[in-house]
Design a protein around this ligand. Structure first.
Ligand code: SF4
Length: 383
């Protein structure tokens, strides 16, 4: 499995920009979206040729269409992009093919595309109360979500994920619990539950800075936010969703294979603006400039061969995000040194303090460790 490859395709278009969003995404006319798909096909062909020279045996076992909102692309352009993928890469029969969609963007043609090419769909819902959706600047209602969800099931998608967001302005604990319970009642196979982060440069940041999140729209205080986080785990686990990463829960067998690849540092190639790649210990990024990309500029930016030290750090701080933690033997086979030799003192301290636990040949975050995850993981950086 170690040598298989993941492909990430970034579609930076949305119907409208959400108030909290700092992703590389914006509305664009159909002509631009079509030109983008053409540019992406050319990039895929170039990458396929390069891979055929460097590592012809490489197979692809996950593909992820993210954004932005990939479901605002004209469906015929996505068929063409997939044709290019098929012609240029060896995609395994049982590869996980995920597509992110937003409620209200699934017409008949898009559903036909999904039915034909995609086997996992991640639906961006974020909240189930109209008030939450309005504040976030989402384009859809909860009813839209229900119809989209049903349409995806009718199209035969057996692996559905829903994104939810807590700690929103004006959101109470009760509202958050209702959000979780309503989503669970739809029985998706996977739920991602993130806390809102107010990012600089967004309308949310400006609203926050001018004190707009007060009174009825106050942000939950730290203690409430913590309780929401605990309730998330309790509620989801009581409905057979297991936490397999800090913010991700899945029913048995439905953890996202593509996202696990990032936490396990397995190779991936990214296509489209801003997309990152990691291949054979080298990391690089694509241009973030749409015009450059449309003009055929697929040059690698910031190319960096990762040092052994940097890879050790990543092994620990990405691996510890997973509930299953990291493996001693895998560390040793990657780096030719025992984890206890490299990180002996810090491991010992974290085990003693009850932040990590050890079972067999794995070490992982405890409940308390998850609470303090950022500072625990930061301790594995060398300086
Ligand atoms: S739909 Fe997603 S990517 Fe698009 S603006 Fe909203 S949060 Fe950002």
């Amino acid at each position: 499995m170690k040598d298989a490859l993941g492909l990430y395709l970034h579609f930076p278009f949305c119907v409208k920009k959400c108030a909290y969003c700092d992703f590389l995404s914006a509305p664009a006319e159909e002509g631009v979206r079509r030109a983008y798909a053409k540019a992406m096909i050319a990039e895929i062909q170039a990458a396929g040729r390069r891979l055929a020279e460097e590592a012809p045996e490489t197979r692809v076992d996950t593909v992820f269409l993210g954004g932005g909102t990939p479901s605002v692309m004209p469906a015929d352009t996505l068929f063409s992009v997939f044709e290019a993928l098929k012609q240029n890469f060896s995609i395994e029969e049982d590869a996980e093919i995920t597509m992110e969609v937003n409620p209200g963007t699934l017409g008949e043609e898009m559903l036909s595309f999904i039915k034909a090419r995609v086997n996992r769909v991640s639906v961006g819902l974020q909240g189930t109360h109209e008030e939450e959706l309005r504040i976030l600047g989402r384009i859809h209602s909860y009813e839209d979500f229900l119809s989209s969800f049903e349409a995806l099931r009718m199209a035969g998608v057996r692996n559905l994920s829903v994104d939810l967001m807590s700690a929103l302005p004006g959101q109470t604990e009760k509202m958050w619990e209702e959000d979780l319970i309503r989503v669970i009642s739809q029985s998706p196979e996977h739920i991602s539950a993130y806390s809102l982060i107010i990012e600089e440069g967004t309308p949310f940041y400006e609203a926050y800075a001018r004190g707009a999140f007060s009174g009825r729209y106050a942000l939950p205080d730290e203690e409430t936010e913590r309780r929401m986080y605990y309730r998330t785990k309790e509620i989801l686990e009581s409905s057979a969703y297991e936490r397999y990463e800090i913010s991700n829960y899945a029913r048995a067998g439905f953890a996202s294979r593509h996202n696990l690849r990032y936490w396990e540092r397995r190779d991936y190639l990214g296509f489209g603006i801003g997309a990152a790649s990691l291949f054979r210990h080298v990391r690089w990024n694509n241009t973030r400039d749409l015009k450059e990309y449309l003009s055929g500029d697929y040059a690698r930016r910031g190319e960096e061969r990762l040092s052994r030290k940097a890879e050790m750090e990543e092994f620990m701080f990405l691996g510890l995000r997973k509930a299953a933690g990291v493996s001693f033997s895998e560390f040793e086979s990657c780096f030719g040194a025992a984890m206890t030799t490299v990180y002996g003192k810090i491991l010992e301290r974290h085990l003693e303090e009850g932040l990590l636990a050890r079972k067999g040949e794995r070490v992982f975050l405890t409940e308390r460790g998850f609470d303090l995850a950022n500072s625990v993981m930061a301790a594995y950086l060398f300086d």
